[in-house]
Design a protein around this ligand. Structure first.
Ligand SMILES: Nc1ncnc2c1ncn2[C@@H]1O[C@H](COP(=O)(O)OP(=O)(O)OP(=O)(O)O)[C@@H](O)[C@H]1O
Length: 295
């Protein structure tokens, strides 16, 4: 059984203009230990695919027209909201783009991490090293200890005292580490990361990618990494899925797809990446390519 098995996922969204189909039959299988990069131009449906797996799309305006999302054999599209809340934060971790909007500025880092640890602990006390009968006080103490360990595991020095800082006392890279710690606190089996390094400068971006790579190797989890950046994919992904207008055009091991792209769109996408040798005016755009050329 695959860790995550998305089959023929079709999603439409309603807006004031009417209902539009956004995902046109997504198929994707992620096993433990794999880091899947999902690339594609803006609006191709990457984020809505990730949000579907986390079941964070409200229905309405969203509507699933067909398909299933099997997570460890359970169809997430048929899972109750209550069960989904328990899965998120425990079995499915999430990291989103901008750490400034995902950390609450008025609460200490520790308060926010402890909240997440307590949520995961309520679902499964073993995450905090406790049994179900543990007292409230035990839960609180264990959640704080787990929060400090989580900060240490993402490389925050002096975690035991930094945990009482406020978000503004952390740099952008450190805040993103906190969000990774938060996503990993429940010891998830699957991590969904949507543009986790886009807001960071290049050297911090590389550190964060290295950290995600290390966590995957250490904990043998599966990752869906959504990005518009092929450089990020080449750096840490084992596999890649190329999206275009709500469809996956091409998917497979990263070396195969990037070295021998079988699709004209993937080729065009690769050619559009600037290199140090690209001269001004040489950049290739993707405009003018219609989806009919590819599907
Ligand atoms: N709430 C919504 N209601 C209606 N349409 C939406 C909604 N959210 C997204 N869409 C549309 O769905 C399409 C896919 O959006 P999505 O955010 O998944 O793209 P993306 O590939 O992640 O793009 P980006 O790289 O810009 O984040 C877009 O055309 C977008 O306009």
């Amino acid at each position: 059984m695959a860790l995550l098995d998305i089959t023929d996922l079709q999603l439409s969204m309603k807006s004031y203009e009417g209902e539009t189909q956004i995902l046109h039959g997504i198929n994707l299988k992620i096993e433990r230990g794999e880091i899947w990069g999902m690339v594609g131009e803006t609006g191709s449906g990457k984020s809505l695919t990730g949000l579907s797996v986390s079941r964070l799309i409200s229905t309405p305006p969203g509507r699933y027209l067909a398909g299933s999302i099997q997570f460890q054999g359970k169809d997430l599209l048929k899972t109750s909201d209550r069960e989904m809340r328990a899965l998120r934060g425990r079995h499915i971790g999430m990291i989103f783009q901008d750490p400034t909007t995902n950390l609450n500025p008025v609460f200490r880092i520790g308060t926010q991490l402890v909240d997440v640890a307590l949520h995961a602990g309520r679902t499964d006390p073993s995450v905090l090293g406790l049994s179900a009968g543990a007292s409230r006080r035990d839960f609180k103490a264990a959640a704080r200890k787990t929060a400090i360990e989580a900060l240490e595991s993402v490389g925050i020095p002096d975690a035991a005292s930094r945990i009482d800082d406020y978000p503004h006392q952390f740099s952008g890279g450190m805040r993103q580490r906190v969000l990774i710690a938060m996503a990993m606190i429940g010891k998830p089996d699957l991590l969904i990361a949507d543009e986790p390094t886009t807001a960071l400068d290049v050297s911090v971006q590389a550190q964060i990618l290295r950290l995600i790579h290390e966590l995957v190797a250490e904990r043998n989890i599966g990752v869906l990494l959504i990005t518009h950046n092929l450089g990020v994919v080449a750096q840490i992904c084992s596999h890649v899925a190329v999206m275009y207008r709500g469809r996956i055009l091409e998917a497979g091991p990263v070396l195969d797809v990037l070295k021998r792209p079988s699709h004209a769109y993937t080729q065009a996408l690769l050619e559009s990446v600037p290199t140090v040798h690209t001269r001004r005016g040489e950049l290739r755009g993707l405009s003018g390519l219609s989806p009919e050329m590819f599907v």
